[in-house]
Write a protein that binds this ligand. Structure first.
Ligand code: FES
Ligand code: FES
Length: 213
């Protein structure tokens, strides 16, 4: 097995571009009706010996280095972005640091608070539990791309936010939920928002805002 300490190959030996001293020009080949050509008459190359049962396995082609950047192409808020990301890059970090979309908030980074919620192909997803390379060729909506509408106005009218840290995640969760449940009960709303924590409002204004939008 070669390594960094091995001497360089002998470039003068046959097989490295320099013909051997006794190599003559190749004999011309002539196509005849089925007759063998001079090349046909050359001795067959002996087959390599069969590996013994206890030989180590032959080296396979080098695999991609673990951690090497990978290409991701994703449509975010209707705009195509193609970038190199490390396999460990979280979607939340990709959105915030590589695309500059800081409306996606990062609170716990362990899937508890819901502040990093985005929509992946229309469904709410936690960006802190998703790797950027997992969303290749997907459609993502962040709070910057959410169409302004009655939901946001109602949040404003009902004081459904104070510091606002949870609000992007709340709105993206609700936007997806209300598509399928346009008239939710209070109990349904509480269940729908169970994964989005708010430390400021006590939730009552948020529920009011949704029900009176
Ligand atoms: S930051 Fe993703 S769930 Fe808290
Ligand atoms: S408004 Fe502050 S965390 Fe919800």
């Amino acid at each position: 097995m070669s390594g960094f300490g091995d001497p360089p190959p002998d470039l003068d030996r046959p097989g490295f571009g320099t013909p051997a001293a006794d190599d003559g020009p190749s004999p011309p080949t002539t196509v005849t009706d089925g007759a063998p050509t001079p090349r046909d008459e050359s001795p067959a190359v002996p087959a390599p010996p069969e590996p013994a049962a206890d030989d180590p396995p032959a080296p396979s082609a080098p695999a991609a280095l673990p951690g090497a950047p990978a290409r991701v192409s994703v449509r975010v808020n209707g705009e195509r972005h193609t970038a190199a990301v490390e396999p460990r890059t979280l979607l939340s970090d990709f959105l915030r640091h590589q695309l500059g979309l800081t409306g996606t908030k990062v609170g716990c980074e362990d899937g508890t608070c819901g502040s990093c919620t985005i929509q992946l192909d229309g469904e709410p997803v936690l960006a802190c539990l998703t790797f950027a390379i997992q969303v290749d060729e997907a459609q993502i909506t962040t709070i910057e791309g959410l169409e302004p509408g009655r939901l946001q106005e109602s949040f404003h009218e009902h004081h459904a936010l104070q510091c606002g840290f949870c609000t992007a995640g709340m709105l993206l969760t609700l936007d997806a939920y209300l598509r399928d449940h346009p008239e939710p009960t209070e109990a349904q709303l509480k269940e729908a928002l169970a994964g989005n924590l708010c430390r400021c409002t006590g939730y009552a204004p948020i529920i009011e805002a949704v029900r009176n939008r």
